[in-house]
Design a protein around this ligand. Structure first.
Ligand SMILES: CCCC(=O)SCCNC(=O)CCNC(=O)[C@H](O)C(C)(C)COP(=O)(O)OP(=O)(O)OC[C@H]1O[C@@H](n2cnc3c(N)ncnc32)[C@H](O)[C@@H]1OP(=O)(O)O
Length: 383
C-alpha cells in the first residue's frame, strides 16, 4: 500500500516523497493466498508541501471472480527532494466528478487529521475520570511486553535508502500480534491500525527496536501499542535512540468455530501503563466515531453532538451533501431572479438544491457567508 501510494505521490510531485502519516486503516476482509490483490492509489489533493493519497485495496477470487474491498485508506505524503528542503506542490488536475468529490473531502479529512491530538487529549482527561482500571483477576499488562530488533537491509528500504513505512508496519504487526497472543492463546487477527505519524526517517544500516505491550482490552478486542526506536552504529554504542514511530494496533481472536474470543481484563502496573490504558479508551472512542461517521453509514454514535465529535460531524454532513450534489439526475424546476431550484428524486427521497449567483470578490463572499446574521444582505428571499 505504502509503495503504491508513494509512487502516486511522486508522480504528482515530480520529486521524492516520504510518508508523513497514515489515517486509521480498517481491514474489512482478509486477503488470502491465491487471490488477486489490487491496490489503486490516487493523489486526491495537494496542500502546500503535503498531499493526501487515497488507497483502495481489493481482492478478487480467481474461481468466482467476486471482488471484495479489503481496505480504503488515506495517507499523507510530503514532497522532500533528497538532500534538499521541502517543495511547494502544484494543484491536482481534476478530471472527473469523483476527482472533484475527493478533492473537496480531502480538506475536511485534513482538518480531522491535524486536530487529532487535541481531540485525543480531551478524551484522555475524560477517560481518566471514568475508568479507574482497578479490576480483580485482571492480568498485568507487563506480562504482554515483547521486544524485537531488526537490522534495516537494502530490500527493506525505498529507492532513497529510507526504510519503507510499510516494512516498519509489517514488523510492528509481528511483534504486536505476539504480544496480543499472550492473552488469548490463539492467533490474533489484525482489525485496524490507528492513525499514525512517521516522526523521523530511518535508513539502511539502522537497528530498529520494537517494544510492544497490551494497553487495554475491550471484550472482543485488544489494543497493542508499539514504539519504534532507531539507532545507527554510533547511537547504538551510546544508547541514544531516535523515536521514529508509535502505532496502536487492534486485534480480534477467534476459536476453532470462528467465534470471537473474549479477552481478559488487564491492569497496568506502572504510571506509563496507566497512561496507555486510558489512551486506549480515548483512541477506541475516536476510532469508532470516526469509522461510522466517515463511512456515512451504520448507526451514528449517541454522542454525535459532543464537542470532540465536531470535526467528524462536520465531515459527515459535508460528505453527505457533496455526494448528493454530485449524483446524476438533478432537474431545474424553477428559475427566478438569478435563483435556480433543482430537484432530485430517488425512490421515496426528494432532494432540493438552491443555487444563486452573486458577483462579489471572494473575500467579501466569505465574510458574508461566514456570519449567519448577514444573510439578509445577500439573500433577498430570506425571511
Ligand atoms: C515508498 C514508501 C515511502 C516511505 O515509506 S518513506 C518512509 C517512512 N516515512 C518517513 O521516514 C518520514 C519521516 N518523517 C519525516 O521525515 C518528517 O517528519 C516529515 C514527514 C518530512 C514532516 O516533517 P516536519 O518537519 O514535521 O514538517 P512540517 O511540520 O513542516 O509538515 C510538513 C507537512 O506535513 C503536514 N503534516 C504534519 N504532520 C502531519 C500529520 N500528522 N498528518 C498529516 N499531515 C501532516 C503539515 O501540515 C505540512 O503540510 P503542508 O505543508 O501544510 O501541506
Amino acid at each position: 500500500m505504502d509503495a503504491a501510494a508513494c509512487l502516486a505521490a511522486e508522480k504528482h510531485a515530480g520529486v521524492s516523497c516520504v510518508t508523513a502519516s497514515m489515517d486509521d486503516i480498517q481491514f474489512e476482509e482478509a486477503a488470502r493466498v491465491g487471490q488477486i490483490i489490487s491496490i489503486r492509489t490516487k493523489v486526491n489533493r495537494a496542500f502546500k508541501t503535503s498531499m493526501e493519497v487515497g488507497i483502495k485495496v481489493t481482492v478478487q477470487d480467481v474461481l468466482t471472480n467476486a471482488e471484495k474491498i479489503v481496505s480504503v485508506a488515506y495517507a499523507t505524503y510530503v514532497a522532500k527532494p533528497v538532500d534538499a528542503g521541502k517543495v511547494e506542490l502544484k494543484p491536482v488536475e481534476l478530471l472527473s466528478a469523483e476527482d472533484h468529490l475527493e478533492h473537496t473531502l480531502a480538506i475536511e479529512r485534513r482538518r480531522i487529521r491535524l486536530g487529532y491530538v487535541q481531540v485525543f487529549q480531551k478524551l484522555m482527561q475524560e477517560s481518566n475520570k471514568e475508568d479507574t482500571c482497578e479490576e480483580k483477576d485482571a492480568v498485568s499488562t507487563e506480562h504482554t511486553h515483547v521486544q524485537s530488533t531488526e537490522l534495516v537491509l537494502p530490500p527493506h528500504a525505498n529507492h532513497h535508502g529510507n526504510t519503507f513505512g510499510g516494512q516498519i508496519m509489517a514488523w510492528m504487526q509481528t511483534v504486536a500480534s505476539i504480544s496480543a497472543s499472550r492473552l488469548c492463546r490463539s492467533h490474533p487477527i489484525l482489525k485496524s491500525v490507528n492513525m499514525f505519524k512517521f516522526w523521523g526517517p530511518s535508513f539502511v544500516g539502522d537497528r530498529l527496536v520494537f517494544n510492544a505491550i497490551v494497553n487495554n482490552t475491550f471484550h472482543n478486542s485488544v489494543e497493542v501499542g508499539v514504539r519504534v526506536e532507531a539507532y545507527n552504529c554510533e547511537e547504538w554504542i551510546k544508547d541514544q535512540p531516535r523515536h521514529i514511530n508509535s502505532a496502536f494496533l487492534t486485534f480480534n481472536a477467534v476459536n476453532d468455530k470462528g467465534e470471537l474470543l473474549t479477552f481478559p481484563r488487564v491492569k497496568p502496573t506502572t504510571q506509563d501503563g496507566v497512561r496507555r490504558y486510558h489512551g486506549a479508551i480515548a483512541r477506541r472512542r475516536i476510532r469508532l466515531t470516526r469509522k461510522c461517521m466517515l463511512s456515512a453509514k451504520g448507526d451514528k454514535p449517541s454522542d454525535a453532538w459532543e464537542t470532540s465529535n465536531q470535526a467528524y460531524l462536520s465531515y459527515s454532513n459535508i460528505a453527505a451533501l457533496t455526494h448528493l450534489a454530485s449524483k446524476p439526475g438533478w432537474d431545474i424546476t424553477k428559475t427566478l431572479d438569478n435563483v435556480r431550484i433543482w430537484t432530485h428524486e430517488e425512490g421515496a427521497v426528494l432532494s432540493f438544491k438552491v443555487e444563486m449567483q452573486v458577483k462579489v470578490p471572494s473575500h467579501v463572499a466569505f465574510s458574508l457567508l461566514s456570519d449567519f446574521s448577514l444573510r439578509q444582505h445577500w439573500d433577498r428571499h430570506f425571511l
